[in-house]
Design a protein around this ligand. Structure first.
Ligand SMILES: NC(=O)c1ccc[n+]([C@@H]2O[C@H](COP(=O)([O-])OP(=O)(O)OC[C@H]3O[C@@H](n4cnc5c(N)ncnc54)[C@H](OP(=O)(O)O)[C@@H]3O)[C@@H](O)[C@H]2O)c1
Length: 297
């Protein structure tokens, strides 16, 4: 997204009303979910940083500042990044440090392999000595081990370990690693129009008591394009005030989902997404209706 705003303007925007919690936000409880392995409660809507924060320039830093401050000021906490998202770790690290937000953020990052040099680079770029969640990115083989990640967890370098993939051909390997290694988290492609994760990954996560983060909850924006020009149907107005909330609440309607991590470079969208933590969730009948609605588009 190109806002056309300078970094200074974006930060000013973030410091003004956009990041101030609304009266509703202060009174209405936000949806929190428990991390199964620890019972720690986390806000169920976070922020993804792929593509959006991948260039370390003035404009990107301004967007990151505005969005991260909007997330935290409105009750969010989880920020998901990766060693391979261009400069995203660096951009997030600088803004967390500048705004003094490290303690308020649950930082999740990903490594391509259990490599100490890669870990050191991520910690340096994030300007932190430990991350909350360290994930093995794009698991593709059944025999991939989390032994090193678990050692790092034992050393206090991360609080939780996880695995990720958005490649559906690799889901059998993800399930095998999930069942054998029993990580704290699995991060998987799951959206209202791509629900393969419901077949094997969500049940396996529940079996081994792993938390679930849903990557690509809007299908990289595909869902917004599908409903372009339409308003949220009346039957959904009791639980969704926007399309963003409609799509996110479908995912959060499954109690096995710990948090959704939509990507955005727009603080208004961040606040809209945070709104999915307020009000009721769709029940099973409504979730089925949401699926039929999207399938008919
Ligand atoms: N293997 C893996 O582990 C893996 C792979 C892929 C992704 N991921 C994670 O998943 C995260 C999310 O994926 P993603 O960012 O690629 O795709 P996404 O969250 O499905 O969609 C992002 C798109 O939705 C738009 N958007 C966000 N909130 C909106 C709102 N309220 N209203 C209208 N538009 C909205 C964004 O545009 P604006 O910027 O204009 O808001 C952006 O174009 C990534 O950032 C990453 O952290 C993990």
């Amino acid at each position: 997204m190109n806002t056309g705003l300078t970094r200074r303007e974006l930060v000013a925007l973030a410091g003004a009303s956009l990041v101030a919690p609304s009266a509703l936000a202060q009174t209405e409880p936000l949806l929190m979910r428990s991390i199964p392995s620890s019972g720690e409660r986390v806000p169920a809507v976070g922020l993804g940083t792929a593509r959006i924060f991948d260039r370390d320039d003035e404009t990107t830093r301004g967007k990151a500042a505005a969005v991260i401050q909007a997330l935290v000021a409105n009750g969010g906490r989880i920020v998901d990044t990766a060693s391979t998202y261009g400069d995203a770790e660096l951009v997030v690290g600088v803004e967390m440090a500048n705004a003094g937000l490290r303690d308020k953020i649950f930082i999740a990052t990903k490594l391509e392999s259990p490599d100490a040099a890669e870990l050191k680079r991520s910690l340096t770029r994030l300007k932190t000595t430990k991350v909350d969640l360290l994930q093995l990115h794009n698991v593709e083989k059944r025999n991939q081990s989390l032994a090193r990640f678990k050692e790092w967890k034992a050393q206090g370098i991360c609080r939780y370990v996880g695995i990720t993939s958005t490649f559906h051909r690799d889901f059998p390997a993800v399930e095998a690693v999930l069942r054998r290694e029993k990580p704290d988290f699995v991060q998987i492609d799951y959206s209202l129009d791509v629900r393969d994760a419901e077949k094997h990954i969500l049940p396996a996560a529940a079996d081994v008591k792993a938390g679930v983060l849903t990557a690509l909850p809007f299908g990289r924006g595909r869902l917004f394009s599908a409903v372009h020009g339409q308003t949220v149907p009346d039957w959904a107005s009791g639980f969704a005030e926007s399309w963003g909330q409609f799509f996110l609440k479908y995912l959060l309607g499954d109690p096995r989902v710990t948090a959704v991590i939509p990507g955005t470079g727009d603080p208004k969208h961040m606040i809209d997404n945070i709104g999915a933590m307020r009000g009721r969730l769709p029940d099973e009948k409504e979730r089925a209706k949401m699926v039929s609605f999207v399938e008919a588009l």
